[in-house]
Design a protein around this ligand. Sequence first.
Ligand SMILES: [Zn+2]
Length: 108
Amino acid sequence: MSRSLFRCPRCGKGKLFKGLLTVAERCGECGLSFAGHEQGDGPAFFAILIIGTLAAVGATIVEIRYEPPFWLHAVIWGPFVVIGTLWSLRFLKAALISVQYRVRKQDF
Ligand SMILES: [Zn+2]
């Protein structure tokens, strides 16, 4: 059983997102409402924690080993932070909705 994380947690077919980061109102396949999910700042907190740590540790290691000019750091870590944050936010939102569906089904 390999169900995509970005699909409806009940049927595994309908899309969970209607945009890059916007959660759909309900599943297009089974009609499950996604309105009950409560996320607050959970995904953003974990995204900042993970991507911020990776970027800080990565930049420190690169600086110590290679001592590159500052602009190279900007070229490497700027896109890393932007793309990493968008990807991890989408992933973390989907993961938290999936967990909430399993733990608190009555809210859906
Ligand atoms: Zn569904």
